[in-house]
Design a protein around this ligand. Structure first.
Ligand code: ADP
Ligand code: MG
Length: 287
């Protein structure tokens, strides 16, 4: 399902001294099956934007289409939309409330009125995707688990709805580097397996650049760039001006190129850099 946003504006506290224009004329299309990174400095409007995509926030003006359905219409039925557009909040583990992991993940599917068998299958599947061992964890209280595990339970709960569009708001916030890599790895495999549309929100280029096909950069409530990560990374000065950088490894390669080394400088990962540097060294040896 395609997402189309037309002239979307959002004003918090309109008409009082705390009025803030959080979204300023957003126009955007995200195709079915795209894996996009939504990036921007804290306060740029990322969370506000994504909460419009399943109707948690109401547009001040503008239109949003999910597939053929305009969800900014007054009479929109959000139950259906929320099943299709799965939203994982920042720190989603704070919203766990059932006494067992199993019941927590089952909460959404139960509301869909699915059979016990189907719910069981979905719990197993979504726990597997997020790397939780079903037998070991299913009857435990979410509150006995580690922070990282709790977060995975919360993500599994959204996955169990089988959304067509999955939105994750800063899913690595507050995790240590290992927890961060694990979650990002699971999101990557999830995308490779199901090819659903994924919107990954982050304020760290380091985290998302190597995963996504497309980056949407936000600044002060507006979209400032939309392009592939490599193309975006060529605009370093602009990015730095809005409080973002590029991955460390990309900086290194740019610096080497500036010093006259004949290498590609738009690499995204350490592996790509290694390959490029080896190629460069070999060519020097041959010369
Ligand atoms: P991000 O997710 O990129 O950090 P947000 O969408 O949370 O940005 O915030 C965008 C702007 O809207 C910020 O100036 C923020 O202070 C403001 N804002 C966010 N939520 C609220 C709210 N519930 N009430 C008032 N202002 C808000
Ligand atoms: Mg946010």
């Amino acid at each position: 399902m395609k997402i189309r946003i037309e002239n979307l504006n959002h004003i918090y506290n309109p008409g009082n001294p705390f009025e803030i224009k959080a979204l300023d004329d957003i126009n955007l299309e995200i195709d079915k099956g795209e894996f996009v990174g939504l990036i921007g400095h804290t306060g740029s409007g990322k969370s506000t934007l994504i909460q419009h995509l399943n109707g948690l926030l109401k547009a001040t003006s503008g239109k949003i289409f999910i597939g053929d359905t305009e969800i900014t219409k007054k009479d929109t039925k959000f139950k259906k939309i929320r099943q299709r557009v799965g939203l994982v909040f920042q720190y989603p583990e704070h919203q766990l409330f059932e006494e067992t992991v199993c019941k927590d993940i089952a909460f959404g599917p139960k509301n869909l009125g699915l059979s016990e068998e189907e719910i069981e299958i979905r719990i197993k599947e979504s726990m597997e995707v997020v790397g939780l061992n079903y037998e070991e964890v299913k009857d435990r209280s979410p509150f006995e688990l580690s922070g990282g595990q709790r977060r995975r339970v919360a993500i599994a709960g959204v996955l169990a709805m089988k959304p067509d569009i999955l939105i994750l708001d800063e899913p690595t916030a507050g995790l240590d580097p290992r927890g961060r890599d694990e979650i990002l790895g699971q999101i990557k495999s999830l995308y490779e397996k199901y090819k659903i549309t994924i919107i990954l929100v982050s304020h760290s280029m380091e985290d998302i650049a190597k995963l996504v096909n497309k980056l949407i950069v936000m600044h002060k409530g507006r979209i400032s760039m939309v392009d592939g990560p490599r193309a975006i990374f060529k605009r370093v000065e602009e990015l730095e001006n809005i409080g973002l950088g590029i991955p460390q490894i990309t900086y290194l390669m740019r610096e080497l190129k500036k010093r006259g080394k004949d290498i590609k400088d738009d690499v995204l990962t350490v592996e790509e850099a290694e390959e490029e540097l080896l190629k460069y060294l070999r060519s020097k040896n041959d010369a």
